[in-house]
Design a protein around this ligand. Sequence first.
Ligand SMILES: [Fe+2]
Length: 244
Amino acid sequence: MYDLHMHILPGLDDGAEDMEEAVEMAETAVFGGTAVCAATSHGKLSKFSLRDLEQYLAAYRKKLEEFRRELTRRQIPLQVVSGMELLADSRLLEYAESHVLPGYGTTRTILVEFHFDISFRRAADTLDELQRKKYRVILAHPERYDFIRQEYQRARTLFRDGVILQVNSGSMEGRFGRSVFHAADYILGEGLAGLVASDAHDSVLRTADLEETARILDLSYGNGAAEVLLEENPARILSGRHII
Ligand SMILES: [Fe+2]
């Protein structure tokens, strides 16, 4: 399986604290059936000048290389692709303009998140603006935003506008409360989700184990749901193809 949303690189954000925990997360992922993951550390770009951003990206690449070497040394069969979870704010659009936003690998597909209480209008406008600047946009955990929980139809609007919706495995399991669970269920049930990912932050609570997630997907949304949302579509995203 593929897991395109993980905070697995140590020391860059509120995910893995050190290399030991990052390795534990990788082992959990592999144990649950994941073969490819993306190390999507938080990218709060508003705090960076362009020069600071370049330094942060360089530090990120260095950490990624270090982590890959560690996985090879320990013979853990997990392929790690680069990526970032970008917090959408005014500066993000500025950086989108200068084409420096880090996508998955070498693609122009970016994973974007908002503050949970952002208005629908502002979120939709920002996503639209990013698409106009020729980025393919994945919205992280739509089910967790107030504007979606208040009106599920808005997920359909974003879907129709070409935004790829990424549901969190924890939301499906009720980890973020009842209303998030119901919003996730609506998005998955209506076929609006493009992919599911763990958004794993550690090796104990928000883990990278997708085995149970795959089972729930097939049981609740039809045989084949796990294949599309955890394999086929993420693979297509990484190779720049259209999703199904
Ligand atoms: Fe995340």
